[in-house]
Design a protein around this ligand. Structure first.
Ligand SMILES: [Zn+2]
Length: 230
């Protein structure tokens, strides 16, 4: 009975306030959430075939990465990239969670099977307070929902509050992340295979700084995932 009432209310709201695709603006069908099927089909996914994985390649020669994936390739003129801005600055944390579930759905079954926990790149506590949420953590929650692995938010600590990294050179970015993170040694956790996640991978320097700290855990293995790769 309650279910029927909910469906009735949902249909009624849909007539009053039609939901639109956040990407193309077209009306959504009842079974669609946030993005229409047409836009999902056209998502510019990166090449992660067995021979060549563009996401893994970003860390080549620095860290051994087991599996790596991003939902889409960042292009500043693309409507998908605008979504990234939305989830960071327009409070659309629900979108980050949705992207997490979408990534798992788009990957081959069991892609993250060997992972035992998910660690989002943390925000500085001051930034977290300003924004009210960490988009990487929301993305991690979306992945976790489908692969049933825990999200650990306090394994890494972000030490330095910095301004956003836009318009910085590669060298500046690297300088900017030195000493930025530290491993929380007070946790009695012994993960074996961490899936490190962030919203965007650009040079990879932020994730590398995290991987560097996480490498202090004995016999640890890594996989990485992001919403976008630039
Ligand atoms: Zn659409």
């Amino acid at each position: 009975m309650n279910l029927n009432i909910n469906i009735y209310i949902e249909n009624f709201l849909n007539i009053l306030l039609p939901r639109r695709c956040v990407s193309c603006g077209n009306y959504l069908f009842k079974n669609e959430k946030n993005i229409c099927m047409n836009c999902i089909r056209k998502i510019p996914s990166p090449d992660i075939t067995n021979d060549y994985n563009v996401v893994k390649d970003r860390f080549a020669g620095k860290f051994l990465i087991q599996t790596a994936s991003s939902l889409f390739v960042y292009d500043k003129n693309s409507k998908y990239s605008y979504l990234l801005y939305s989830l960071k600055y327009h409070g659309r944390k629900d979108l980050a969670l949705f992207f997490g579930t979408l990534l798992v759905q788009k990957l081959p079954k069991g892609f993250f099977n060997s992972v035992d926990c998910i660690v989002p790149v943390p925000l500085h506590s001051k930034r977290f307070q300003e924004r009210g949420y960490n988009q990487a953590e929301q993305f991690a929650n979306g992945i976790s929902k489908l692969i049933n692995k825990p999200v650990i938010t306090n394994l890494l600590i972000r030490n330095i509050y910095t301004n956003t990294q836009t318009k910085k050179s590669r060298h500046d970015r690297w300088k900017n992340v030195e000493g930025k993170f530290s491993l929380n040694n007070h946790l009695n956790l012994f993960p074996k295979h961490i899936l490190l996640v962030d919203d965007v991978i650009t040079t990879g320097s932020t994730m590398e700084a995290c991987l560097c700290e996480l490498s202090k855990i004995d016999n640890i293995q890594f996989s990485v995932a992001s919403i976008a790769i630039a």
